[in-house]
Design a protein around this ligand. Structure first.
Ligand code: SF4
Length: 329
């Protein structure tokens, strides 16, 4: 079984964009790959954050992933900072990567613009830590959205450079592009995100979801129920694609074009279908929340397992680089 690695930041909560755009796919892939998923808290500290909230955010992310269907047995879900080898391998990789390659990364440029008061070395080094995250487990497959392909390419480059200098050690990992298109936010202006406040949270009650969806933007041509619309330009129609069966989507499109249904009717159908997906996830979340000790124990065991794998990779790397253990001299 090939090894898969992916990571997610401890943002404190999950929205349906995270689920349909990534996590749902990870749940499927855990049956096909030896899967490692990390809550990447070392990545999260490259921007300013609330220290007091971090432990809860990290744990909630793990709970949320288990509620979505990540399986205790099939996936090694762990917290990045509990495996120090990631940072050690990052330092080693820093010595094979030219500075210019990091400065060219799109995400560094974007994040530097967004965090002008805190352009720290960690922001620049972020892709090197990502490469270490993947390669410390000799990861071969990395499920990503299109915006992360550049980072997987970069990890391949790290492998090539290390292998060329010190001998064949790391695989060249591949990006596994998720089939799901990016999930647009309720305001229709861009990707669903916490910072844009245009999201539906995964664990939000139906009433709250309805409050948001009922006022969400639709085709502006549909001012009255009798105005025909163009579903293809409507954000709600795009969201239907995530949860509504194909034949029902066709009915929605036809109803929209002929003014046979109003936008509120259409939104009600969407929320109803969405809740058939979210209800079991929310149930599982409640269940896992009632046995936090067990979840914490599994995370601790998983980190211990990861440290073993990481130790073996670091030992191999150090031997190839002529570093210690000195007792072998
Ligand atoms: S009927 Fe549905 S698809 Fe058409 S504009 Fe209204 S919300 Fe959008």
């Amino acid at each position: 079984m090939a090894t898969l690695f992916t990571g997610i930041q401890p943002t404190g909560f999950l929205h349906i964009g995270n689920y349909f755009g990534a996590i749902k796919n990870w749940v499927k892939l855990q049956y096909e790959y030896d899967s490692y998923i990390s809550v990447v808290d070392y990545h999260a500290i490259t921007v300013l954050y609330e220290v007091d909230n971090m432990p809860q955010n990290v744990f909630d992310m793990a709970l949320g992933l288990y509620a979505c269907g990540i399986d205790f047995e099939r996936t090694t879900l762990f917290i990045q900072s509990e495996v120090p080898g990631h940072a050690e391998l990052t330092w080693i990789f820093n010595t094979v990567i030219p500075l210019g390659e990091l400065e060219r990364m799109t995400q560094f440029k974007d994040k530097s613009r967004q965090n002008r008061a805190n352009v720290n070395v960690g922001l620049l080094d972020y892709p090197v830590l990502q490469a270490a995250d993947i390669l410390i487990y000799k990861g071969e497959v990395v499920p990503v959205g299109e915006d992360q392909v550049q980072h997987v390419e970069f990890a391949r480059e790290v492998s090539r450079k290390f292998n060329a200098r010190y001998g064949e050690t790391f695989p060249e990992c591949k990006a596994l592009l998720t089939q799901t298109p990016r999930v647009m936010g309720l305001d229709g202006s861009g990707k669903m995100s916490k910072s844009e406040d245009n999201y539906i949270a995964l664990f939000e009650p139906e009433e709250e979801i309805w409050k948001k969806v009922s006022v969400a933007k639709t085709d502006p041509a549909r001012k009255r129920k009798t105005d025909p619309g163009t579903p293809e330009i409507c954000n709600i129609y795009a969201l239907h694609g995530l949860v509504t069966p194909k034949n029902a989507i066709e009915e929605v499109a036809e109803g929209c074009r002929t003014a046979g249904i109003g936008c509120l009717d259409c939104k009600k159908i969407f929320v109803e279908n969405l809740m058939t997906v979210l209800d079991p996830i929310q149930e599982r979340y409640k269940d896992f929340s009632s046995r936090k000790q067990q979840v914490r124990k599994v995370l601790t065991q998983n980190a211990a397992r990861c440290r073993e794998v990481a130790k073996s990779t670091i030992l191999e790397v150090k031997q190839k680089m002529g570093l210690s253990p000195v007792w072998e001299i």
